[in-house]
Design a protein around this ligand. Structure first.
Ligand SMILES: [Fe+2]
Ligand SMILES: [Fe+2]
Length: 423
């Protein structure tokens, strides 16, 4: 059963089902987890987050009522209430600025290391996993502290650094998605390695072709489309490169309808890692600032990707949307009030605070009257606490429910699968 409790009442062994804050302020990159370490507990207490929801079916339950407190023989010096309020108000913002700075440093170091690796590869040297692994760990640590920082920092790429920064970004996106999917830790790391190395075959592509802004002719296209195979050949000859990295390198330009390259494989023939790679690769490419094109905003990019037929694995793409924490029109989200709703508009400045059409109460496990609500805190709204996946809650009924909701009708739907399964 779910209980919403103050952070101060959290104890080790409780299972956190959601954290009451926007994705921008969430100190964790996991949205649900068993609270196992004192460090995580401390981090939550320091985060400025007031409330969390716990699931006592998956962890320990609420604490018994506290024993009467003994008087403290060493009372701390009182702090001025105004100071306490000011410190609390500044805390999440300061933490975020610090993490952006740290993310910038991580990205700079990673970019230089990837550049060295590409140069070595160009000279015919094998990739050294001893150099790759610490980089991936550093990027993973940055995501763990603040998943949006590194992803935002890598969006701005100039011409000379595009491929290197793109590698760092795809590494971060792959690990973030792997976490969202609940893959085991080892696989999360391997997904990161795969992201970092997926375009290493571009070391063999002439720079004029790589950076040509206009349309490519047939020969240039052939040269570009050789980079997955060239990368795969290089990685195959490097020691200790995992099957996941080899697979993603060779297959990140495949499409589920079989119209990708180099092998034209179809959905059933592509591994989950290759399908993840295709999503992370395209997302970073279309949201990046490039000299010759304006980038799409994250919300625009996700909306477009969701509308393309035949490119991506639909379920993985939905998980990806949830992993980014951005809310495209039609996306399912959970609000602070523990209601589920779909995003109605998410444009421009409003992509983190769109209007949401609510229809289901998570705690009651029941439908509620369809209603459009604001999510902007300052406007007295009900803030979004995270993205959800419609299929996880409502199975195959979800696409039809979504149609009903978008049309303003109460969804013609079975009950949700229940709090226990979905939470
Ligand atoms: Fe590529
Ligand atoms: Fe790529």
């Amino acid at each position: 059963m779910l209980h919403r409790i103050p952070v101060r009442d959290l104890r080790l062994g409780m299972y956190i089902s959601s954290v009451d804050c926007s994705w921008l302020d969430n100190p964790f990159w996991r949205s649900r987890f068993l609270l196992k370490t004192q460090a995580d507990l401390e981090r939550l207490r320091r985060s400025g987050i007031a409330m969390v929801t716990i699931d006592d079916d998956r962890g320990i339950g609420l604490a018994p009522p506290p024993a009467p407190a003994l008087p403290n023989p060493f009372p701390a010096q009182a702090e001025s209430p105004a100071l306490v309020v000011e410190r609390r108000a500044n805390r999440p913002r300061r933490r975020r600025i610090d993490e952006l700075e740290r993310a910038r440093e991580t990205v700079e170091r990673s970019k230089e290391a990837v550049q060295r690796m590409f140069n070595d590869a160009r000279l015919g040297h094998a990739v050294q996993m001893t150099e790759v692994a610490p980089l991936v760990e550093e990027i993973a640590a940055s995501i763990e502290r603040d998943r949006s920082a590194i992803i935002n920092v890598t969006r701005l790429k100039d011409k000379n650094e595009y491929t290197y920064l793109h590698s760092v970004a795809v590494c971060a996106l792959m690990m973030n998605l792997a976490r969202q999917l609940g893959l085991p830790e080892g696989e999360v790391q391997q997904a990161g390695v795969a992201g970092l190395l997926h375009d290493i075959g571009k070391m063999a592509t002439p720079i004029e072709v790589l950076e040509k802004p206009g349309k490519l002719d047939a020969e240039e296209r052939r040269i570009i489309e050789d980079h997955p195979s060239a990368g795969h050949r290089l990685l195959k000859d490097s020691p200790d490169v995992s099957a996941i990295a080899l697979d993603v390198c060779l297959h990140h330009h495949e499409r589920i309808d079989g119209r990708g390259y180099p092998e034209g494989l179809t959905e059933a023939e592509l591994s989950v890692h290759a399908r993840m790679g295709a999503i992370c690769d395209v997302y970073d490419a279309i949201t990046s600032h490039r000299p010759y094109k304006d980038p799409w905003t994250p919300a625009e990019a996700l909306s477009k990707m969701l509308s393309w037929e035949g490119h991506f694995d639909r379920r993985l793409l939905t998980a990806f949307v949830a992993s980014i924490g951005i809310f495209p029109t039609g996306g399912l989200v959970r609000l602070h009030s523990n209601r589920l709703g779909i995003v109605l508009t998410s444009e421009g400045e409003r992509w983190t605070t769109p209007t949401v059409r609510v229809f289901h109460d998570v705690v009651a496990g029941a439908a509620v009257a369809v209603e459009d609500v604001a999510t902007h805190n300052a406007e007295g709204g009900d803030p979004i606490i995270r993205g959800e996946q419609g299929e996880t809650w409502f199975g195959d009924a979800w696409p039809r429910m979504l149609d009903d909701l978008m049309a303003g009708r109460a969804p013609h739907a079975p009950l949700a699968r229940g709090v226990e399964q979905a939470a």
